[in-house]
Write a protein of this length. Structure first.
Lengths: 576, 345
C-alpha cells in the first residue's frame, strides 16, 4: 500500500498543491479607487496599526472609530474640532457666527438660520470642484427615510437650501448650539454628488468603500483584513501638504503584537492604547505616547434611584440608594487617587463634576475621601450593622426599606474596557465593603448593559443598583448630552439616558435655558446644574482617562484628541 | 452504498433545516442586540427605529426567519417607517443563495466570506498537511519503538503540544522570531510578525512562505500531538494480533508487516479523524488568525459575533454546519471503503 515510490509521489503532489495554494489562494482582489494618485516614495511612508478593518469610510454606518480614522485621510467636512475644542473650517471659507452675519436668530419664533459659504478652491481627486451641490446631496442622503441615518441635531433642521454654487443655508426650528460641527467633525463628511449613487443609499453605497478624495490622501488599495494603502493626494487644497507620501493602515488584531511592532520600529501609530501599554512603552527610544490635552471619558457610578427592576423613582424608590445621604457616603468612601495611581499608573485625572472640559469648566468643590465620615453618615441615615456580619442593615432608615434589610447590591460594569475597569470595580467594591456596603460585582458585555429596554437592556429596564462605566459627550457642545442624561423627559425607557431616574424640575428648567448661543450664559447655566448635581448625587463622578496613542519617534506633529481620531491633522505630520 | 449515501443526503437536508431554526433562534435570543453595536452606546429612539427597519428587525422573529430562509421579494414591506407596507422586499433568502447583507459593512454576506475563505483554506490546509506529514511517521515510530527513548520524547512532546495554549505559543514565537532574532545579512526580523504578505512589494513565493511559517508552526503542534497519539494507540492495538504474527511467520519483512498489513488497518480511525477535522479548513482558527493578523474565516466569525452581525454570523454557522455534516458523511463512507467489515445496507 505504502511503497516508497507512491509515498514520494504523494508528498510531491501535496507540496505542489501547498505552493499553489500559497501562490494563488491568498491573493484577495484589492479594492482600488478610480483615480491614479502619486507614486509613493518608500522613504516617506508610515504605517498605522489598528485592531480591525474599518467597515466603510462612512462612520455614520457603524461608528467603530476605525471608519473615522480613515475618513480623516480622504474626506473633509464643513468644519472640524481640534484637540483643545476649537472648531476650525475645512470646506467652509469661514465659520458662520452671529457676529459675522452667518447666523440669524428669530427670537420670537425661537428659530435660527445658518448660512455657510464654502471655499472655491477645493476639488475632488478627479478634478471636479467641491460645491454646495455636494452638501445638499449629502443632506438628501442622510435624511432619506429609507437609507438615511439619524445624526445629532437632525430633528432641529427644517430645511437645507442652496444659495449659490458655493453657499447654502440651514434653517433650524430651534436654537441649536451644536450647529458648527453638524456637517463635519469626526463622524460626518461631505460626499461627492457626481460620484456616489444616491439610489444605492447612504448606508450601503459603493463610494463608502471606494471613496473619491478631497482630503490629504487617496485610497490606493484595500485588502480586507490585511491592509489599506493610501497615497498622497496631489490635488489637496493645502498642497504641498501632506509631506508624507504613503500611509499604510495595517490590520493587526492582537494588542501585544501591535506593541511589539511599535517597539520593533515596524509601526508608526498604534491608536487607543491602554494605560498598561503606555507604561510598557515608557523609556523606549523608538516609540512615544501622545496624550490628549483634554479628556472626554468620565468614569462614573450610575446610581439607580428607583428600585431594581423598576423605572419610576417616585413610585418605587430604591430601598437603599434613594437616600441622598447614602449616595454621599458612597462618594466619600471611594479613594479615587488610589485608583488613578495604582490601576491607571497616574494616566487618569480625578474629576468630580460633569463640567470639567473647556469652555464649560465649573468650580465644584472636590468631595473629600473620608471613610469614617461615610460610616457616620450611614449610621445617622439608619443603616447599622447590628448582627456583626460586616454588612449594615436598615435600622430606622428612611427609604421605606423594611427593618433588617441588608445593604447589599449588584455592581455592574462592561467587559470591553478591559482589565483596568474590572480592577477598579473590584477595588471600589472593597472600599464600600469597608463601610459596610456589600457590592456583588458582575461584568457584562456593553451591548447588554446599554441595549433597549424591550431587549432586556440592563440600564434602560432599570435592572441594576449601581453600574460603572465611562461616558462623555462628543464635540464641544454638551447641551443635548445633558438633556439626554438628566432631564425629566429622558426618564422614560427609550426616551433618553436618564437611567438613574433622576427627576429635578430645577435642572429641567436650567437645561432649557442652555439652548442659547451665548457662551457666557450657557456656562453660568451649566455651572448651576453642576452645583445641583453635586448635592443630589445621581451619579458619582470619579476620574477621566485621556486618549493615548503610541507613535514612532520619527514622526512629528502627532497629537491625540478626544474630539477626533489621531489622524485629524495627518496633513501636518512630518518625518524626522 | 449508493442508497445509503442518498438516504444520508436526504437526512442532511432535514437536519440542516432543524439546525437553521435552532441557530436562528439562538443567535437572536442572545442578550445584547445589534442596535447598540451600530448606533453607539446609547442610541436615540429615532435611530433605533430606523436601524431596525434597515436590518429587518422590526418584524416578529418567526417572520424574520421566513424572510431569512425564503426572502421577502414576494411580499410588500414598510421601508420608510410610515406604517404602510408599500415596497416589495429585496431579499431572496438563503434557499436562493442570498444570505443577506452584513450589518457592519452593508455588503453581501457571501462577498465577505468569499474574500476570507481562500486565506483560511491556504493556512489551515497547509497546517493540516504539515501536521500529518510529521504526525504519521512520529506515531508509527513511537508505536514500533514503544517505551524507547524516542517514544518517551514523542509522548512528552505530544502532551506538551496539546497542553500549550495557541495564543501563548503564538506570542512566544513572535517575540523570538520577530522581535529577538534578526536576519544577519539584512538586519530585518528573521520572520514577519503576521499578515499574508509583506506590504511593500509585489508577489513573492518566499515572502508568502515566510509569512506562513509561524502560524503554521503554532497550528500544527496541537494536531501533531493529536494524530500521532491516535496512530500510536491504534498501531499498538494491532501489532500483537495473530494475523501479523502469521505474516511474520510467512517470512514477510518487518517493514512489509508494518506498512502493508498493520498500518492499513491502523489508519482507519485516523482517516475518520482527518475527515472530521476537515471543517476547520473552512471555519479557520480564531486565535491563530488573530495573533498572526491572518485575514481568514476565524477572525471574520469572531468579529461577526462581537459585532452582533447576525446575517454574517448565521451564514458562517449554517455553511460551517453543512460542511461538518458533509464531512461526517465522507468519514462514514470512507470507513466503509477502508474497512471491509463495515457494510451499509
Amino acid at each position: 500500500m505504502f511503497t516508497k515510490k507512491r509515498t514520494l509521489l504523494f508528498l510531491t503532489f501535496m507540496v505542489i498543491l501547498s505552493l499553489t495554494l500559497v501562490a494563488c489562494g491568498a491573493t484577495p482582489a484589492p479594492t482600488t479607487a478610480t483615480d491614479e494618485p502619486t507614486a509613493p516614495s518608500s522613504e516617506k511612508s508610515i504605517t498605522i496599526v489598528i485592531a480591525e478593518d474599518p467597515p466603510t469610510f462612512n462612520p455614520m454606518v457603524a461608528d467603530t472609530g476605525y471608519d473615522s480614522l480613515v475618513m480623516e485621510l480622504v474626506l473633509l467636512g464643513m468644519a472640524d474640532i481640534d484637540p483643545n475644542g476649537n472648531v476650525f473650517p475645512e470646506l467652509a471659507a469661514e465659520l458662520p457666527t452671529v457676529e459675522n452675519g452667518g447666523v440669524t436668530i428669530d427670537e420670537e419664533a425661537g428659530t435660527m438660520s445658518v448660512t455657510w459659504t464654502m471655499r472655491d478652491d477645493i476639488q475632488w481627486s478627479d478634478s471636479t470642484p467641491v460645491t454646495a451641490d455636494d452638501v445638499l446631496f449629502t443632506w438628501a442622503a442622510i435624511s432619506d427615510p429609507v437609507n438615511g441615518l439619524w445624526i445629532p441635531g437632525i430633528d432641529y433642521i427644517d430645511s437645507v437650501e442652496q444659495l449659490s454654487k458655493y453657499s447654502f443655508v440651514v434653517n433650524y426650528n430651534a436654537v441649536y448650539p451644536g450647529y458648527l460641527t453638524q456637517f463635519g467633525g469626526e463622524q460626518l463628511a461631505i460626499w461627492p454628488a457626481h460620484y456616489c449613487n444616491l439610489e444605492q443609499g447612504f448606508v450601503a453605497w459603493d463610494c463608502g468603500r471606494e471613496p473619491l478624495s478631497d482630503g490629504p490622501f487617496v485610497l490606493h488599495d484595500w485588502i480586507e483584513g490585511d491592509h489599506m494603502t493610501f497615497h498622497k493626494n496631489d490635488k489637496y487644497y493645502l498642497a504641498p501638504k501632506p509631506e508624507i507620501d504613503q500611509v499604510i493602515v495595517q490590520i493587526v488584531p492582537d494588542d501585544a503584537v501591535r506593541k511589539t511592532m511599535m517597539l520593533n520600529g515596524d509601526a508608526d501609530i498604534d491608536m487607543w492604547i491602554n494605560a498598561n501599554t503606555a507604561k510598557d512603552l515608557e523609556g523606549s527610544e523608538g516609540a512615544k505616547v501622545s496624550l490628549s490635552p483634554t479628556d472626554r471619558w468620565l468614569m462614573r457610578l450610575y446610581i439607580n434611584l428607583a428600585e431594581k427592576g423598576t423605572v419610576d423613582s417616585a413610585a418605587t424608590p430604591h430601598p437603599i440608594l434613594s437616600d441622598v445621604n447614602v449616595r454621599k457616603a458612597i462618594r466619600s468612601a471611594i479613594d479615587v487617587d488610589t485608583i488613578v495611581n495604582e490601576i491607571f499608573h497616574g494616566l487618569a485625572t480625578p474629576h468630580w463634576t460633569e463640567f470639567f472640559r473647556p469652555p464649560y469648566q465649573c468650580a465644584v468643590p472636590r468631595p473629600a475621601f473620608d471613610p469614617e465620615a461615610a460610616k457616620a453618615a450611614l449610621e445617622s441615615a439608619g443603616w447599622k450593622d447590628t448582627d456583626g456580619d460586616g454588612v449594615r442593615e436598615c435600622r430606622g432608615c428612611t427609604t421605606g426599606a423594611p427593618d433588617g434589610y441588608k445593604m447589599e447590591m449588584e455592581f455592574i460594569t462592561y467587559a470591553e474596557f478591559g482589565e483596568p475597569l474590572e480592577l477598579t470595580q473590584q477595588l471600589i467594591a472593597e472600599m464600600l465593603g469597608e463601610i459596610g456596603i456589600q457590592m456583588n460585582i458582575t461584568v457584562v458585555e456593553g451591548s447588554i448593559l446599554w441595549d433597549q429596554a424591550e431587549n432586556g437592556g440592563i440600564e434602560q429596564s432599570g435592572n441594576f443598583d449601581v453600574d460603572i462605566w465611562d461616558d462623555g459627550y462628543a464635540g464641544v457642545d454638551p447641551t443635548d448630552y445633558i438633556w439626554e442624561l438628566y432631564s425629566e423627559e429622558a426618564l422614560v425607557p427609550g426616551g433618553g439616558n436618564n437611567v438613574m431616574r433622576y427627576d429635578n424640575p430645577e435642572v429641567d428648567a436650567l437645561i432649557d435655558e442652555a439652548y442659547t448661543l451665548d457662551e457666557a450664559s450657557r456656562k453660568e447655566t451649566f455651572c448651576k446644574i453642576a452645583d445641583i448635581l453635586n448635592e443630589d448625587v445621581p451619579i458619582v463622578y470619579l476620574f477621566t482617562t485621556p486618549n493615548l496613542e503610541a507613535y514612532s519617534a520619527r514622526l512629528v506633529g502627532v497629537q491625540s484628541s478626544v474630539n477626533d481620531l489621531v489622524t485629524w491633522n495627518i496633513a501636518d505630520w512630518t518625518l524626522k | 452504498m449508493t442508497t445509503y449515501i442518498l438516504r444520508r443526503l436526504i437526512q442532511t437536508v432535514g437536519l440542516l433545516f432543524i439546525l437553521s431554526v435552532i441557530l436562528f433562534t439562538l443567535v437572536n435570543a442572545a442578550p445584547g442586540g445589534p442596535i447598540t453595536a451600530y448606533a453607539g452606546r446609547r442610541p436615540r429612539p429615532e435611530q433605533v427605529e430606523r436601524l431596525k427597519r434597515q436590518f429587518g428587525l422590526d418584524q416578529p422573529l418567526p417572520l424574520q426567519y421566513v424572510y431569512w430562509l425564503v426572502g421577502n421579494d414576494w411580499t410588500k414591506i414598510d421601508t420608510d417607517g410610515d406604517g404602510i407596507q408599500d415596497e416589495p422586499g429585496a431579499r431572496k433568502g438563503i434557499l436562493r443563495g442570498d444570505f443577506g447583507f452584513s450589518y457592519r459593512t452593508r455588503q453581501p454576506v457571501l462577498d465577505e466570506i468569499a474574500k476570507r475563505l481562500p486565506n483560511t483554506v491556504t493556512l489551515m490546509g497547509i497546517t493540516m498537511f504539515v501536521a500529518l506529514a510529521i504526525a504519521i511517521p512520529l506515531g508509527i515510530y513511537s508505536a514500533i519503538k514503544q517505551y524507547s527513548l524516542f517514544d518517551f520524547f514523542a509522548t512528552t512532546f505530544s502532551f506538551a503540544g496539546q497542553a500549550v495554549p495557541e495564543f501563548w505559543l503564538g506570542l512566544l514565537l513572535i517575540i523570538v522570531f520577530y522581535a529577538w532574532l534578526k536576519n544577519p545579512v539584512t538586519g530585518e526580523p528573521l520572520l514577519p510578525s503576521g499578515g499574508i504578505s509583506s506590504l511593500d512589494g509585489g508577489f513573492s513565493l518566499s515572502d508568502r512562505l515566510a509569512h506562513l511559517v509561524l502560524p503554521v508552526l503554532t497550528g500544527t503542534l496541537g494536531w501533531i500531538a493529536w494524530y500521532s497519539r491516535f496512530l500510536r494507540s491504534s498501531l499498538l492495538e494491532i501489532l500483537p494480533l495473530n494475523y501479523l504474527k502469521s505474516a511474520r511467520a510467512r517470512g514477510l519483512t518487518e517493514r512489509k508487516v508494518i506498512f502493508k498489513h498493520a498500518l492499513s488497518n491502523a489508519m482507519i480511525p485516523i482517516v475518520t479523524l482527518i475527515a472530521l477535522d476537515l471543517p476547520y479548513i473552512f471555519t479557520g482558527a480564531v486565535l491563530i488568525e488573530s495573533i498572526f493578523a491572518w485575514p481568514g474565516m476565524g477572525r471574520l466569525y469572531y468579529q461577526a459575533a462581537v459585532d452582533r452581525d447576525y446575517p454574517l454570523l448565521l451564514a458562517v454557522l449554517i455553511i460551517g454546519a453543512a460542511f461538518i455534516i458533509l464531512c461526517n458523511l465522507v468519514a462514514d463512507t470512507l470507513y466503509a471503503y477502508l474497512d471491509p467489515r463495515v457494510r451499509y445496507e
